[in-house]
Design a protein around this ligand. Structure first.
Ligand code: 16G
Ligand code: ZN
Length: 528
């Protein structure tokens, strides 16, 4: 490894003196102007990680649902997962090193992780549609090549597509072909197969309205729709031809504002969904005849999916261990419904996809969703092999159920939550069960809930435990929350420092809006 060459090249991507950024919940994220050096250095780090794991590593340039002027980057580990925590620390250290210290910090990582400098490295790069993304991804590639890494630049991709490519490349084709064509075909084939089984919807008349947040999801749906048109038509809104990325639209806007995105023509009963800016999140919604907006978030998506998978298992006669993973933000009604009605065990982890994904891997079938719409289902290798065998061996109803489950296994993106894949899963389930969007929504009633952001001098004074549901410090905070919450029926509230913004987040839910308003404000006041 030629560290002198790295230093020389780094001068073209010089770090602004004193700028310290941290590899957060979803990588680095800030205004695009401050990211050139970060991109170059993440190219370097990706090469080291690739050498160490002897696998292809992914680098995705995106800032998801952040405003258009922001950007960000995250590394994707060999099985399509988020970067391992110890390497997140290396990322932060490398990103914070002043120019003259860069070779030293690189050498320290090489030593600490026992990276073999002779090992080859292969990196795949993807980017979203932000104006800054192309140039920034070139800086990543500059970092990769200066350390002698090889690369493939996929250009424009959704985040979950990049995760998929990494997983495919490291599973020697067992997971699928590492091309856009391979992705489109794998998902569409499974989807069309499922739609043939749906009595009323296999005739090509089914449609859904999609708000693409003026982002990459629009491009990728346009590229893919002819593969699955037989089963579903997608009517695209906010497709990036006019509006700004994530501006008054997209999954994050719809979920946090609890209202429809701008630019979407909604008639009562229309089934609509929103992607976020890099298409790894999805939420559904509709308006009723009185014009009232109804949001169907990640919790209801998880409920629909896990209930359906459980039904299929029952039909097949397989007793597999299925678990649902949520975060503290999951609506209490969803948890109660899953545990008490569906009898599915529910687990709670800290916020951030990597925590949920990791927990979901413990089950034969693990379904995980954040309330904000990021999630998927994971199937253990043994389960996948077994179901695929049963799909061939069994006959009649059992065989039909096994073949359907086998198709669902292919339809889920098991590398990462994926708005396109999740949309096709949901559409297939609704069609197979003959459920309308209103019937889906009526499975249970969400408890009214709200979130507040509170600015504090130092958000690190708040630390939490029990998957962020209990505050440990500052002293007295949790007791104060407990005192407030016990005054209201089915009330729950928690406070946590954000992993992506310099704020503290407050969440509260209760049986009525009035009790919510009182309790959230009071819990919020505890934080100031
Ligand atoms: C990131 C996470 C998301 C999480 C959010 C919480 C990934 C890919 N994304 O966007 O899962 O819900 O952060 O943000 O992990 P917060 O810590 O600011 O509340
Ligand atoms: Zn996203």
């Amino acid at each position: 490894m030629d560290l002198e060459a790295v230093s020389k090249r780094s001068a073209f991507h010089a770090k602004p003196q004193g700028l310290i950024l941290q590899y957060g919940t979803a990588g680095f994220r800030t205004n695009a102007q401050h990211l050139d050096h970060i991109m170059f250095r993440m190219g370097l780090l990706a090469v080291l990680r690739s050498k160490q794991t002897r696998s292809t590593i992914g680098v995705m340039v995106t800032a998801s649902h952040n405003p258009e002027e922001d950007n960000g980057v995250k590394l994707v580990d060999p099985l399509g997962e988020m970067l391992a925590p110890s390497w997140e620390e290396h990322a932060t250290r490398l990103a914070s090193a002043e120019e003259q210290d860069l070779p030293k910090v690189l050498a320290a990582i090489v030593e600490r992780e026992a990276v073999d400098p002779q090992q080859t490295a292969f990196i795949v790069v993807g980017r979203d549609t932000r104006p800054s993304s192309e140039k920034l991804s070139q800086s990543v590639i500059d970092g990769v090549t200066v350390l002698g890494g090889q690369f493939h630049d996929y250009g424009l991709l959704t985040t979950p597509q990049l995760h998929y490519m990494v997983y495919c490349r490291n599973s020697e084709g067992r997971y699928g072909q590492a091309t856009i064509e391979g992705y489109c075909q794998k998902l569409s084939r499974a989807f069309v197969e499922l739609m043939k089984q749906a009595s009323c919807s296999g005739d090509g008349s089914r449609w859904v309205k999609v708000d693409c947040a003026n982002g990459i999801g629009a491009l990728k749906l346009k590229e893919m729709e002819h593969y699955f048109r037989q089963g579903l038509s997608v009517l695209l809104f906010n497709d990036g031809t006019e509006g700004r990325l994530n501006h008054l639209c997209g999954a994050d806007f719809v979920k946090s504002q609890q209202k429809p995105p701008q630019g979407m023509a909604m008639k009562p009963g229309d089934r609509c969904c929103s992607f976020d800016g890099d298409a790894d999140r999805i939420v559904y919604y509709y308006c009723d005849a009185a014009g009232r907006f109804h949001l169907i978030d990640g919790d209801k998506i998880a409920t629909l999916i896990s209930s359906f998978l459980k039904e299929l298992l029952l039909e097949i006669g397989e007793n597999l261990n299925i678990g649902v993973v949520q975060t503290a933000y999951a609506n209490g009604s969803s948890t109660r419904y899953l545990e008490e009605v569906m009898k599915v065990p529910v687990y709670c982890t800290k916020t951030g996809v990597k925590h949920l994904h990791h927990k979901a891997q413990e089950f034969d079938i693990g379904v995980y969703f954040e309330a904000n719409g990021h999630g998927t289902a994971l199937f253990s290798e043994a389960v996948e092999a077994r179901i695929k065998r049963l799909a061939q061996e069994l006959e009649d109803e059992k065989g039909r159920a096994a073949r359907m489950l086998a198709s669902f296994i292919d339809l889920f993106n098991q590398a990462a939550g994926d708005a396109i894949s999740d949309m096709l899963v949901i559409e297939a389930i609704l069609a197979l069960k003959g459920l309308s969007v209103q019937q889906w929504d009526a499975i249970y009633a969400d408890l009214p809930n709200r979130q507040l952001k509170v600015k504090v001098a130092d958000r690190r004074v708040i630390s939490t435990t029990d998957a962020e549901r209990q505050a440990v410090t500052p002293p007295g905070l949790q007791e104060a929350i407990n005192d407030l919450v016990k005054k209201y029926k089915l009330a729950r509230a928690f406070v946590r420092p954000s992993g992506t913004e310099d704020v503290v987040r407050v969440y509260a839910e209760a049986t009525s809006q009035v009790s919510w308003d009182q309790s959230t404000d009071r819990v919020g006041n505890q934080g100031t």
